[in-house]
Design a protein around this ligand. Structure first.
Ligand SMILES: [Mn+2]
Length: 280
């Protein structure tokens, strides 16, 4: 579709930094980008670095408009150095809203999100390298049921990402399929914009063999604010936490699922960092 839709095949010569949900926190995003070596003022990124943001740039925090303007600067000046994925909060403005939210973006900001989506600058999935493995990156994660029934069990993260991006470009509603977080029942086939990590994504892979690992934002198995697991003991027992970065890594047969949603609310209450892989 759009000219901006880049290849999802990872470049092993690059460093990748994957940034979790931003939630309208402009200053926190700027600080992390600067730490990574990017320049928020010029919208430039070092040639050896690729930045992936998992969606949910907007809502919750004080300055969604500035966050979208900042990302637009990078998408304009540094493409393809910035890979923007779509979250359920952006999706509110791309199709009929599916949930009530107390904040509403201004028209200019909405127009930018719609331009990204229409031009293929904002997509559903990408892939980053992790040692010998490829990790699929989506907003909420790929549930076992969606991988099996909707995608037909692709063996590689690259193939899964290509299929998800095609479904997005074609406007397939299944990628927006809700589950427990949209008031439905728990579903092992919730979509990659809405799957709950603790109730749907992680339980769906228990006892199964993962074809490839994943990174996701959107929700977490561990509640970083209350400092306790919200997921069941079977999930907690196979999850290790990086408290300095706000990352949770859950191990399954065949791969790991890395959760990087820092859980920002109206404020940014605890440390967080991008998930970073070094070049081969
Ligand atoms: Mn989300």
């Amino acid at each position: 579709m759009g000219a901006g839709r880049a290849s999802v095949t990872p470049d092993l010569t690059l460093r990748y930094a994957v940034i979790g949900d931003v939630g309208g926190h402009h200053q926190a995003l700027r600080a992390e980008l600067t730490r990574l070596g990017a320049d928020p003022d010029s919208g430039t990124i070092p040639a050896d670095l690729r930045i992936v943001q998992v969606g949910d740039l907007v809502h919750r925090g004080p300055d969604s408009r500035a966050v979208v303007a900042l990302v637009d600067r990078f998408l304009t000046a540094a493409a393809p150095g910035w890979v923007q994925l779509v979250g359920n909060h952006e999706a509110q403005y791309l199709r009929a809203p599916t949930f009530k939210w107390h904040q509403r973006l201004d028209g200019e900001t909405i127009a930018i999100l719609r331009r990204w989506w229409g031009d293929g600058l904002m997509t559903v999935a990408t892939v980053v390298p992790a040692g010998d493995a490829d990790l699929l990156v989506t907003h909420a994660g790929l549930t076992e049921g969606f991988w099996r029934a909707d995608l037909g069990q692709p063996a590689s993260a690259v193939r899964a990402a290509e299929m998800l991006n095609m479904m997005g470009a074609l406007g397939r509603t299944s990628i927006f399929r809700g589950g427990a977080m949209l008031g439905g029942s728990r579903s092992a086939s919730a979509g990659p914009m809405w799957a709950s990590a603790s109730m749907e994504l992680l339980p769906s892979w228990l006892g199964r063999r993962m074809p490839f690992g994943q990174i996701h934002g959107h929700s977490s198995a561990y509640d970083w604010q209350r400092e306790c697991f919200r997921a069941a003991e079977a999930i907690a027992a196979r999850t290790r936490l990086d408290h300095d970065c706000g990352h949770e890594i859950t191990s399954f047969d065949g791969g790991e699922i890395v959760g990087i949603d820092p859980g920002h609310g109206a404020h940014v209450p605890h440390p967080w960092q991008a998930w970073v892989t070094s070049a081969a």
